[in-house]
Design a protein around this ligand. Structure first.
Ligand SMILES: Nc1ncnc2c1ncn2[C@@H]1O[C@H](COP(=O)(O)OP(=O)(O)O)[C@@H](O)[C@H]1O
Ligand SMILES: [Mg+2]
Length: 366
C-alpha cells in the first residue's frame, strides 16, 4: 500500500456562504476525500468582506483586519476537519488555501485574495500554499478559472465529450472534449443574483430548492434586457466576479419597473441558466454530458431551466462521477497545492490566456 499523501483544501467562494475545508489523499490516481467540513462565516466578517468587494476609502485596515479574522476561521475549520478525520496536523503535507477574493482586476495586473496565510501557517502548524491566482495574472492571464486543470485530470474521458459546470457565486465551465484542447471560462452569474434578490426581499441567504423562483413567472422583457450584458458576448479567456454582477448592476436594470418580486426571482433563475446554456452551446456544441458542481447543484428550478435550454444533453451532478458536488472546488485547491509541491503547472494557458504554463502559488512553511 502506498503511503497516503494528505492535503487540505480550503475554499471561500464568491457566495460568501462559508469555509469549505476538505482533507484528501492524493497518493492515488484519483483524489480520495477523507473528510469534509463546512463552517459558516461570522455575520460581521461576512459583511466586512462584502464591503471590501466594492471600492471605498480606507479599505486597507479593514482588509487586513478581515484577513486576520478570516485566517482564524480557516484555523478553526482545519481543526474541526482534522478532529472529524482523526488525523494529526503533523500528518498533513500542506493546506492549499484559495482565500477570499475581494478584488479581481487581471486587466490591471492584479487579483486580491484575502486571508493571512502567515497566520494560518503559524496557528495550524501546517505549511500553507496560497495566492494561486497572482502568477497567472503576472503572466498575462485572467488568473481564473483555475479549476479546469483539475477537472481535466479527474473528469476527462476519451469516449465522452464532457462539460463541467461549477455554479458557485459566479458560474464557470470547463469543456473537456474527447481529445484536443480543453477550454474554460466564467460564464457569468452563478447564484450571486438569485442570492441578492432573495436576501433583499425575504432575508434568506438563498432560495432553498429554488422554491421561490418556481412560484414566479418569467418576465421575457426583463430577461432580454439582462441578456444584453456585454460580458456574455465577450470571447474567452474571460473571468468575472462581484466587481460586475453586484447589487447596483441589478438595480440599474430594474429601475422604473413594477414587477412582482417572485417573477423577478423566476427571471433571475432563468437568466442564470440561460447564460450557462448559451456558453455551453457556443463552446461545446457536440457535448454529450454536463456535470454540475457547486451550490447551484442543489437548485432544481435552475437545473430544470438549464435542461430546457439544452435539450438532448444529459445533465447530472459530479456525484455521478464519484465526487460530491459540494467539495469539488476545495479538492481542486488541495490538488493545486500538490501541483505546487511538484513544481508542476497549475494553469491551463488556453483557459486563462497566460503566456505559458506556470507553477501557481506561494509557500508559507509550517
Ligand atoms: N439547497 C439549496 N438550494 C438552492 N441553492 C442552494 C442550496 N444550497 C446551496 N445553494 C446555493 O449555492 C450557493 C453556494 O455555492 P458555492 O458553490 O459554495 O459557491 P461559492 O464557491 O461562491 O462559495 C449558495 O449561496 C446558494 O445560492
Ligand atoms: Mg461556498
Amino acid at each position: 500500500m502506498t503511503r497516503p499523501q494528505l492535503l487540505i483544501g480550503l475554499m471561500t467562494g464568491t457566495s460568501l456562504d462559508g469555509v469549505d475545508a476538505v482533507l484528501v489523499d492524493l497518493a492515488g490516481a484519483q483524489p480520495r476525500l477523507i473528510a469534509a467540513q463546512g463552517s459558516p462565516l461570522p455575520e460581521a466578517l461576512r459583511r466586512d468582506l462584502l464591503t471590501l468587494q466594492a471600492p471605498a476609502p480606507n479599505e486597507i485596515d479593514l482588509a487586513w483586519q478581515a484577513g486576520n479574522a478570516l485566517a482564524d476561521c480557516y484555523v478553526d475549520a482545519v481543526a474541526a476537519l482534522l478532529a472529524k478525520a482523526g488525523v494529526a496536523a503533523s500528518d498533513v503535507t500542506a493546506i492549499g488555501n484559495h482565500g477570499q477574493t475581494i478584488r479581481h482586476r487581471p486587466e490591471r495586473g492584479y487579483t486580491i485574495q484575502l486571508g493571512n496565510n502567515a497566520r494560518l501557517a503559524e496557528r495550524s502548524g501546517i505549511s500553507v500554499i496560497g495566492d494561486f491566482r497572482s502568477r497567472d495574472v503576472a503572466a498575462g492571464g485572467q488568473g481564473a478559472p483555475l479549476v479546469p486543470a483539475f477537472h481535466e485530470a479527474i473528469f476527462a474521458d476519451a469516449r465522452r465529450h464532457r462539460v463541467i459546470v461549477n455554479i458557485g457565486g459566479i458560474a464557470n465551465l470547463t469543456d473537456l472534449p474527447r481529445s484536443g484542447d480543453i477550454t474554460g471560462f466564467d460564464t457569468g452569474p452563478g447564484n450571486v443574483l438569485m442570492d441578492l434578490w432573495i436576501h433583499r426581499h425575504r432575508g434568506a441567504a438563498y432560495d432553498a430548492g429554488g422554491a421561490w423562483a418556481a412560484s414566479g413567472k418569467i418576465l421575457d422583457d426583463l430577461l432580454a434586457e439582462l441578456l444584453r450584458e456585454p460580458y456574455l458576448a465577450l470571447p474567452a479567456p474571460k473571468s468575472t466576479g462581484r466587481d460586475l454582477f453586484h447589487a447596483n448592476w441589478l438595480a440599474a436594470r430594474l429601475t422604473g419597473r413594477t414587477d412582482r418580486i417572485e417573477d423577478v426571482m423566476a427571471t433571475l433563475t432563468t437568466y442564470t441558466a440561460r447564460t450557462i446554456a448559451d456558453a455551453v452551446k457556443a463552446t461545446a456544441p457536440g457535448v454529450d454530458d454536463i456535470f454540475i458542481c457547486g451550490g447551484g447543484a442543489h437548485n432544481p428550478t435552475l437545473l430544470a431551466a438549464l435542461a430546457r435550454d439544452l435539450p438532448g444533453v444529459s445533465i447530472a451532478s459530479t456525484a455521478a462521477l464519484g465526487v460530491d458536488p459540494d467539495w469539488v472546488e476545495a479538492i481542486a485547491f488541495a490538488w493545486l497545492a500538490e501541483r505546487f509541491i511538484q513544481r508542476a503547472a497549475g494553469n491551463v494557458p488556453a483557459v486563462t490566456g497566460a503566456a505559458g504554463s506556470r507553477t501557481l502559488g506561494a509557500l508559507w512553511p509550517a
